[in-house]
Design a protein around this ligand. Structure first.
Ligand SMILES: [Zn+2]
Length: 177
């Protein structure tokens, strides 16, 4: 590999070690020309297969771009978006496949994005799931509300006594008649 300091065409590996549970290898290299050292990282390319059948390498930058667009005007900072993209990459790499369909990448984004910002989530989901009517939004919003109610009900039942009496009336577990 070419030396990034003096552009000499070759370098020598002086040390290799695995990182991230063997998912990548870091190599310490030394330039025989200028003597400087630098590090390279080697990891398997994860291919994403698009609907058209075309494959492209998984790109965390692309995830960040898509999520940032969905978060426009929302109180979500860059760090949170970068962290989300990292979680998505960990999720898809954990599947251990050499390639995966692009819709699985989209799916891996939806969960953490919902936790981050529900409006951004709705925007992303509307594109990803190709919503084409208000009814699609209504259904998704109802799902979000039901999940929020379930969370509150679970908190209620986990029994922190201080919380009792502070929950809105309609969040108690439903009693069917
Ligand atoms: Zn050099």
């Amino acid at each position: 590999m070419r030396c990034p300091y003096c552009r000499h065409a070759d370098s020598r590996v002086v040390d290799s070690r695995e990182a991230d549970d063997g998912q990548l290898i870091r190599r310490r290299r030394s330039c025989p020309e200028c003597g400087k050292r630098f590090t390279t990282v080697e990891e398997a390319v994860l291919a994403v297969v698009k609907r058209s059948g075309v494959t492209e390498p998984f790109s965390r930058t692309k995830i960040i771009g898509g999520v940032r667009k969905a978060c426009q005007g929302r109180p979500v900072d860059e760090d949170a978006i970068a962290l989300l993209a990292q979680r998505v990459e960990e999720t898809v790499r954990a599947k251990g496949a050499a390639e995966l369909p692009s819709h699985e990448v989209g799916l891996a984004i939806l969960g953490p994005l919902r936790d981050l910002d529900e409006v951004a989530y709705l925007r992303f989901a509307s594109v990803y799931r190709s919503f084409d009517s208000l009814a699609d939004f209504e259904r998704e919003i109802e799902t979000l509300r039901a999940a929020a109610r379930a969370r509150l009900a679970a908190d209620d039942q986990s029994g922190d006594p201080d919380d009792h009496g502070r929950l809105p009336a309609d969040t108690s577990p439903a009693t069917t008649s």
